[in-house]
Design a protein around this ligand. Structure first.
Ligand SMILES: [Zn+2]
Length: 409
């Protein structure tokens, strides 16, 4: 977990690799399957009933958990517990190439308020920061919820977050700005603690919160926006790596002698079959361009917008657009198989606007790729699902990261 910028770290913040404590185990268990009784919580978490009772008492005092009636069926009635969805809130901000999305989220992951703006928030850094701060104020004011319940702001955008990045091209209004700097400056402008993360990792955490993935489940969320990446969640925690770059799915090598990638390596998924490559190929194919309504004489709008147009045409049966996506999907599927094999996971979630638009092609391609070796050797039963909230998963995850860092303290 990256430290929140601009605020002292809460006392007792769990360190990397630490096993979850009673408090977070109980909160995660209730989030996944509320309402639950204390007895059920003891069974699910492996804690003693005494430890559950003690921790629940504290959570009730803090208002994080509320009692909600009793078990309806026979035997000794048990009081059921659930989370108070608005006891603690956080703002999530997702800066992407064609939109800036804001959400206000509580500890059950539901979106309480939402705001979207065109990506270009201003012409210089100060005006961008002022616009972000004003939008956050608007979001909170419009929600009607006491801002004192808000713990802070999570802000995410395409990683990596250090050095020169492709985000310089996709997010020119943030050119040259590193994640830590933006977090610090946004914290100074807004007065809120600010936490920064890359959008694919945040999307995975967003899935964990919104989709109610079980607390013990390890899974990968594959994310396609202007680029392609992945977030990996292990026992409810985002795997971040030593440089916050874990899950660079787009830079798995699929062709040893393949073309040079912008990252400096060669044969990467991103350069062979990522959304930018698909859009370039469609623009160079007169028929595909016509199918998708792309005018090669006009500059590209954004990769995400053009990719969405190609996916819509493919869904409507346009053969050239469909062939381009099916070719891309074979590469993505091979890379997904590597992720599944490497992590030994049985859940893959497709998220982000690219997969939201084209999951009907990418999802089956991944399943087809996994099936033969699963049948012959691994005997797994891998599920590939599509996020129900692909458009807001990264923003929700950004808020969830802030909530996690406080609720687990
Ligand atoms: Zn690369």
């Amino acid at each position: 977990m990256r430290e929140a910028v601009g605020a002292p770290a809460p006392a007792g913040r769990p360190g990397r690799g630490r096993r979850p404590g009673a408090r977070e185990s109980i909160l995660d268990a209730i989030r996944a399957a509320e309402p639950l009784s204390r007895v059920e919580l003891a069974k699910i978490t492996g804690l003693t009933e005494a430890a559950v009772s003690m921790t629940v008492r504290r959570l009730l005092e803090e208002g994080l958990v509320v009692e909600t009636g009793r078990t309806p069926t026979g035997g000794k009635p048990r009081t059921l517990l659930q989370l108070d969805p608005i006891a603690r809130l956080a703002v999530g901000v997702h800066l992407d190439e064609d939109a800036t999305t804001y959400v206000l989220t509580g500890q059950t992951g539901g979106v309480i308020a939402r705001l979207a703006r065109p990506a270009s928030l201003g012409d210089d850094r100060d005006s961008i920061l002022r616009a972000l701060a004003a939008d956050i104020d608007t979001l909170l004011a419009g929600s009607g919820i006491d801002p004192a319940r808000c713990l802070g702001v999570g802000i995410v955008w395409p990683g990596p977050h250090s050095g020169g990045t492709p985000a310089d091209d996709t997010l020119p209004h943030l050119r040259g700005l590193r994640g830590e700097e933006l977090g610090r400056q946004l914290s100074e402008t807004t007065g809120w603690p600010v936490l920064v993360e890359n959008d694919a990792t945040a999307a995975a955490v967003g899935e964990y919160w919104v989709a109610r993935v079980g607390p013990d489940q390890t899974f990968a969320a594959l994310y396609m926006g202007g680029g392609i990446g992945a977030g990996i969640v292990v026992e409810g925690r985002a795997m971040r790596g030593g440089h916050a770059s874990a899950g660079e799915f787009g830079h798995l090598c699929l062709e040893v002698f393949g073309p040079e990638c912008w990252c400096g390596s060669r044969g990467c998924l991103e350069i062979l079959a990522g959304p930018r490559t698909v859009v370039t190929a469609a623009r160079e194919d007169r028929i595909a361009a016509a199918e998708a309504g792309l005018d090669p004489a006009q500059p590209s709008r954004t990769v995400t917008a053009d990719f969405g147009a190609i996916a819509r045409a493919a869904r409507a049966g346009a053969p050239h657009c469909r062939a381009l996506l099916e070719s891309s999907a074979r590469y993505v599927a091979a890379a997904a198989e590597t992720v599944v094999n490497l992590l030994d996971i049985d859940l893959v979630v497709l998220t982000g606007p690219g997969f939201a638009a084209a999951s009907a092609i990418y999802g089956p391609a991944i399943m087809r790729r996994l099936a033969p070796a699963d049948a012959k050797t691994w005997h797994r039963n891998v599920t590939v699902t599509v996020s129900l909230a692909a458009a807001t998963a990264s923003a929700t995850g950004a808020a969830a990261l802030v909530l996690q860092s406080h609720l687990r303290a």
